[in-house]
Design a protein around this ligand. Structure first.
Ligand SMILES: [Zn+2]
Ligand SMILES: [Zn+2]
Length: 342
């Protein structure tokens, strides 16, 4: 089969012919239809320090996919050939304290598709059946390929109750944009999203879920709050930018007793004004991956009940055009980019 691989500890990727994956008695074999490019894939492509810390070539990369089941291991029950599926990219060990307590997204030895084991940028993927998620017909083949990042958005946005709350989302990348859609779907009052990328703010406005999309180079949060008639501050913050400046602006404009969910990777040099966190009684919660499998249940249900994030997919390429797709991803002038594998 054709697969997109990291073949050496250096920048770039290679499309090459490899053997179809072997699958065990507890696995299913999935024919990939669409796969989506994630920030993680861009890190691996560029071969930056973060990617070097966990990725050991040779490796088929990619972890966001939609496909159909074409073979089923002997011990697997509950799936059928031709079934439309996506799947969870994090594979827990099954034996540690968190795995055994239903928190396998916090497994200490998590295996990850396309990062520590072969991923989905290929014609076929073998995946443990426990990680496979069958999709209802209401979810399109395209949206089916972005459930991994939609799951990040869902896990973060549903960390705190948003009903009737004023929500600040810092970072209008694909996950921030989808978090805005979820906040709107579940009944937030105001949803303010901020970024410094004109492309992404334009996409936020086009998607139409945010009350305001703020360019922090020319606008500021006090003016936005005044415009909305907000007197006290934001109730919930969703930090999705990984920007030290953004998290400090967020902390400064939270209401007392505000709650912040942190998804973006902040640089280790980030300085936080801790006195504000303490005096305001803020709650800060780190978010990793997707809850297995409560997040999957919730996002599928929300997609069936009117949540629509399809506009976050802005580009599609055939997998042979991967160089073009990755260059576009690195440019930042896109939402989600799909690779077609059929
Ligand atoms: Zn991803
Ligand atoms: Zn574990």
């Amino acid at each position: 089969m054709q697969a997109l691989m990291k073949t050496a500890a250096a920048p770039g990727l290679v499309l090459q012919e490899v053997a179809e994956p072997e699958f065990g008695s507890h696995d299913v074999l999935i024919r990939i239809h669409n796969a989506a490019i994630c920030g993680t894939d861009l890190h691996i492509y560029k071969w930056d320090a973060m990617a070097q810390s966990y990725c050991h070539p040779p490796l088929i990369i990619g972890h966001e996919f939609f496909g159909e089941i074409v073979a089923i291991g002997d011990a697997v029950q509950g799936f059928h050939l031709g079934q439309r599926v996506s799947g969870e990219a994090h594979i827990g060990c099954g034996y540690c304290r968190n795995c055994r307590s239903g928190r396998s997204h916090l497994c200490r030895v998590n295996d990850a598709l396309g990062a520590t084991r072969h991923g989905c940028f290929a014609e076929y993927l073998a995946l443990p059946a426990g990680n496979v998620c069958a999709l209802p017909d209401a979810i399109s083949n395209e949206t089916g390929a972005i459930l991994d990042p939609l799951g990040n958005a869902t896990h973060t946005a549903l960390q705190f109750n948003l009903v009737g709350e004023d929500v600040l989302i810092t970072g209008a990348g694909p996950v921030g944009l989808m978090a805005a859609a979820i906040a709107r779907h579940v009944g937030a009052r105001y949803v303010v999203i901020s970024d410094i990328s004109p492309y992404r703010l334009a996409l936020a406005r086009e998607m139409g879920h945010a009350t305001l999309a703020l360019d922090l180079r020319t606008a500021n949060l006090p003016d936005a709050m005044k415009q909305l008639g907000m007197r006290e501050g934001f109730d919930v913050g969703l930090e999705m930018s990984g920007s030290a400046d953004a998290i400090n602006q967020m902390i400064a404009h939270m209401n007392h007793a505000g709650r912040i969910a942190l998804l973006g990777f902040l640089p280790v040099t980030t300085q936080i004004d801790w006195s504000r966190v303490i005096f305001k009684g803020l709650q800060l919660q780190g978010i990793y991956g997707r809850q297995m499998f409560e997040t999957w249940y919730k996002m599928v249900s929300m997609l069936q009940s009117g949540l629509n994030v399809s506009k976050v997919i802005t580009h599609q390429f055939h997998f042979t055009e991967f160089e073009k797709a990755f260059a576009l991803g690195i440019s930042g002038q896109s939402g989600k980019i799909l690779l077609r594998w059929q």
